[in-house]
Design a protein around this ligand. Structure first.
Ligand SMILES: C[S@@+](CC[C@H](N)C(=O)[O-])C[C@H]1O[C@@H](n2cnc3c(N)ncnc32)[C@H](O)[C@@H]1O
Length: 218
């Protein structure tokens, strides 16, 4: 039996979260994030692994030279993403996108994505939610070819002490509201401790502190 036809049933809240996610994010996407997504994704060529693709907001941005494998463990999110693929798949300007209902930590990923096989791995607004961001970044590193890129667009831990204090107070409630999302993660430190070369990076603010970066495996 095809596993994808029997996606696990998620909670009503998870399904509502997926249904309204794009609408909830619309303002911050239009003012701040979507332009940066374009800058990260449009130039991509070759084999790309997108981690936690959510509702597929990045999918229309892949150019024709990108061959994308997108993994996402939530079937409610994946359903929304598949609607997006259907809306542009007849257009040859877009890259090919294959989806798998899997997340970091799933043993099936080990054989699905061979070591040193990817030209790029992309994380957007996902290292906040993945239960173990260190192992997600180590997985990305092990799957990249030499010279391959990690692309990041994430909201992150505040730089000021007061900001971090506030984030730590709000975080337990926020995590429940936002399906496991954490306000106080620091992916930059993880990437730097893994020995990647920083190609470009930017810290910016829009309600939350954000981090945009490209790293290269040396
Ligand atoms: C806030 S959404 C962001 C989605 C999308 N990347 C974006 O840029 O809008 C976070 C996503 O991470 C996914 N996620 C949670 N645990 C994960 C895991 N272990 N591996 C991969 N993705 C995961 C969630 O299902 C959710 O779709």
């Amino acid at each position: 039996m095809d596993q994808k036809l029997v996606s696990p049933k998620e909670s009503l809240y998870a399904r509502l979260f997926a249904r309204f996610y794009d609408r909830f994010m619309n303002r911050i996407e239009t003012t701040t994030l979507f332009e940066r997504r374009k800058q990260l994704i449009r130039p991509l060529k070759g084999k790309v692994l997108e981690i936690g693709s959510g509702t597929g907001i990045n999918f229309p941005l892949y150019g024709s030279e990108a061959d994308v494998l997108a993994i996402e463990p939530s079937s409610a999110m994946m359903d929304k993403a598949k609607e997006k693929i259907t809306s542009f798949q007849s257009n040859s300007d877009h890259g090919t996108i294959r989806t798998e209902l899997l997340g970091i930590g799933d043993p099936a990923l080990e054989s699905l994505v061979p070591p040193k096989s990817m030209d790029a791995v992309i994380f957007t607004l996902v290292l906040c939610t993945i239960p173990d961001p260190e192992s997600a970044i180590r997985f990305a590193k092990s799957r990249l070819k030499k010279g391959g890129k990690v692309l990041i667009l994430e909201h992150v831990r505040a730089s000021s002490r007061a900001g971090r204090y506030l984030q730590n107070i709000i975080n337990p409630l926020w995590t429940k509201f936002a399906q496991g999302c954490n306000l106080n993660r620091d992916p930059e430190s993880i990437l730097k401790s893994e020995g990647f070369r920083t190609v470009t990076e930017e810290h910016f603010q829009n309600t939350l502190p954000f981090y945009y970066a490209i790293y290269e495996l040396i």
